[in-house]
Ligand binder design. Structure first.
Ligand code: SF4
Length: 305
């Protein structure tokens, strides 16, 4: 029995890491910490006991800094028969500094081998994730992963059913974290603009535009003819803050982001949020043009569980 708080674009939670520490303004009303605080009072001790000591008893949703990772849960996805869209460690951060590299290798081994699922890894530590991904190697014959020395290069990036992503709450954090995410050796990357605390412009980031010049090789930058474009991101999720202290967001920010994704051909999923000027009330009547829940191709058959 494990606690489940599965984001709506996923169908399963893989709670291999519980606990976290705040790293920016997006963490102020951490949804994961609030959920852990609630689960800690669950009547079923199998749910409540693993939550003990992760949040402070007196303040709802405040992490203590204790982080637990569970070796015993590492093989869970291999036992799920039907394909699922799996939220990886939604009640913590897989790349928190307290999570040891050996654990990460085993977690990525499971993801690599459980190819019938789509995995969504989300971190606010994209630098560590990028460095880790650049040292992961795959042994195709053994269908296994191992870690080369730091700086080693994989001969295959992470497979397309493993989406690696970062969450950003405003333009400043987008400008800090997304360049780190772009360094990750992965076939699929994604961004969660959540909780959206301000407008976020991803236009320069969503697409890689280049032209192959047979004399000069690959040319990037502002190219007007014979352009080849490749999405750098394969999924964008957006949502406002929720809960009693939710900070409001502006639907105009969401529309602008949706339009950027449309122009770049990147699937976009809007999760709603607090209604502006109405505090904690959920955005119960999402404007029709913002009812957009698109999934990347590799994740479309994750069955509801
Ligand atoms: S990184 Fe994520 S899980 Fe950790 S405190 Fe911030 S919002 Fe919460």
């Amino acid at each position: 029995v494990t606690a489940r708080r599965t984001p709506d674009y996923t169908t399963a939670s893989w709670n291999v890491v519980l606990g976290c520490s705040p790293v920016g303004p997006g963490c102020d009303n951490c949804v994961g910490a609030n959920a852990v605080h609630r689960f800690g009072r669950h009547p079923d001790p199998r749910i409540a006991v693993p939550m003990a000591g992760l949040t402070t008893p007196e303040r709802r949703g405040t992490w203590t800094g204790k982080v637990s990772h569970y070796w015993s849960r590492l093989d869970e996805p291999t036992r799920w028969v039907k394909p699922r869209r799996v939220a990886v460690a939604p009640l913590g951060d897989l790349f928190h500094e307290a999570v040891e590299d050996a654990f990460l290798i085993d977690a990525f081994r499971t993801m690599h081998q459980a190819g019938r699922h789509a995995f969504f890894v989300l971190t606010k530590h994209p630098r560590r994730m990028a460095e880790f991904s650049r040292s992961l190697c795959f042994d195709e014959r053994a269908d296994d992963v191992y870690r080369a020395g730091v700086g080693g290069r994989p001969y295959l990036p992470l497979a397309p059913h493993v989406f690696v992503g970062t969450s950003v709450e405003d333009q400043q954090r987008a400008d800090e974290r997304i360049p780190e995410l772009l360094r990750a050796e992965a076939a699929r990357r994604w961004v969660a603009v959540e909780p959206m605390l301000g407008p976020v412009d991803l236009r320069d980031r969503l697409i890689d535009a280049y032209r192959w010049d047979f004399l000069a090789g690959e040319r990037r930058g502002t190219i007007t003819r014979d352009i080849v474009t490749e999405p750098r991101f394969h999924f964008v999720v957006c949502g406002g803050e929720t809960g009693p202290s939710a900070r409001p967001f502006d639907v105009a920010w969401v529309r602008a982001l949706r339009d950027q994704c449309r122009a770049a051909g990147v699937p976009f999923w809007f999760r709603g949020g607090a209604r502006p000027a109405r505090g904690s009330v959920l955005l119960d009547a999402v404007p029709a043009d913002l009812v957009v829940q698109e999934l990347p191709l590799e994740a479309r058959d994750g069955t509801q569980v």
